[in-house]
Design a protein around this ligand. Structure first.
Ligand SMILES: [Zn+2]
Length: 307
């Protein structure tokens, strides 16, 4: 890493002091600029990220070059490969020069997840370079968009004893955990309780995700050294995010809310000025909307004035 400000140091500090580093996705240069400027104005360290799809769109080398341009200017920003689903795609990000990678093999069974994740850790820690690797354990439902209905089943949660085993066997330094969170923004959530035959029975339907903070606490006890990551924080009430950070989350991912802010503002702008064809003019208001939202989230995460 060319950046003299170290991500691991900031994450450990966040873990000890009970605040969290924000993690925001981008797929265009002006979105990245909005995130970096918002963080810099608040003196907040920040992680930026591309999923596999976002990275293919921006270009792996181009994403690295863009983020490096900010790092070389002294910004406390790091690039993560978000939800890379295979060894091959994680390797592609590592080879391109990403600062850190999330290998998400959580759709596989436990042994296969451990196998794939270990392979990425070994590759990331080979030779002189050692980049931070995040793994994911538990079934995180949903996708990074607005969805009508998602079921949550407590059997999907990250089990504390499995988390300890997973961390010990893979060597990951960050772990994405599931304790009631869902990817994306959901308009209807159905919580099911497992019945003795293993089939979930719907018990509760509500418009909100509900985090199980007591369950999170059990995970923090099982893996006290590991940086725990909350995915799917879009659409969660502020008090739930605060409670999760107080209970041991040190890294929070926001994607869908940013996409919605960017899209809706751009849509309104194009309707207001249908003849405006200059991109830096019609994109300015959506860039501002993203910047404001990132600032709001950084304040919520408690990472202001930490640089
Ligand atoms: Zn995620």
């Amino acid at each position: 890493m060319t950046n003299d400000k170290n991500l691991k140091t900031y994450l450990s500090k966040a873990q000890q002091e009970h605040w969290a580093i924000g993690h925001f996705n981008f797929s265009t240069a002006e979105q990245l600029k909005a995130i970096v400027e918002a963080a810099a104005e608040l003196k907040s360290p920040v992680m930026v990220a591309t999923s596999e799809g976002e990275a293919e769109f921006v270009g792996y080398d181009q994403a690295v070059a863009l983020v490096k341009s900010y790092q070389q200017a002294g910004y406390a920003v790091w690039l993560n490969a978000d939800h890379h689903k295979s060894f091959e795609s994680a390797k592609k990000a590592i080879d391109a020069g990403y600062d850190t990678v999330l290998i998400d093999a959580s759709r596989l069974n436990l042994d296969e997840n451990i196998g794939t994740t270990s392979q990425v850790v070994q590759y990331a820690h080979r030779g002189l370079t050692s980049i931070m690797v995040e793994g994911e354990l538990g079934y995180l439902r949903g996708s990074s968009e607005v969805q009508e209905k998602v079921e949550i089943n407590p059997t999907d949660y990250t089990q504390p004893e499995q988390a300890a085993d997973f961390v010990a066997r893979t060597g990951v330094e960050r772990l994405a955990v599931v304790f009631g969170n869902i990817h994306g923004i959901v308009t209807e959530v159905i919580t099911t309780t497992p019945t003795p035959n293993g089939v979930g029975a719907p018990t509760e339907a509500s418009g909100e995700e509900k985090l199980d903070i007591e369950h999170l606490k059990k995970i923090t006890v099982a893996v006290p050294e590991t940086i725990l990551v909350l995915h799917g924080a879009s659409g969660l009430p502020d008090e739930d995010v605060r409670a999760a950070i107080a209970a041991g989350i040190s890294n929070v991912h926001i994607n869908t809310e940013l996409r919605v802010a960017y899209h809706d503002t751009l849509h309104a702008e194009l309707e207001k000025e249908p003849n405006q064809t200059t991109p830096y003019k019609f994109l300015a208001s959506s860039q501002d909307a993203m910047k404001e939202l990132v600032k709001k989230k950084l304040k919520l995460f408690g990472s202001v004035d930490k640089i």
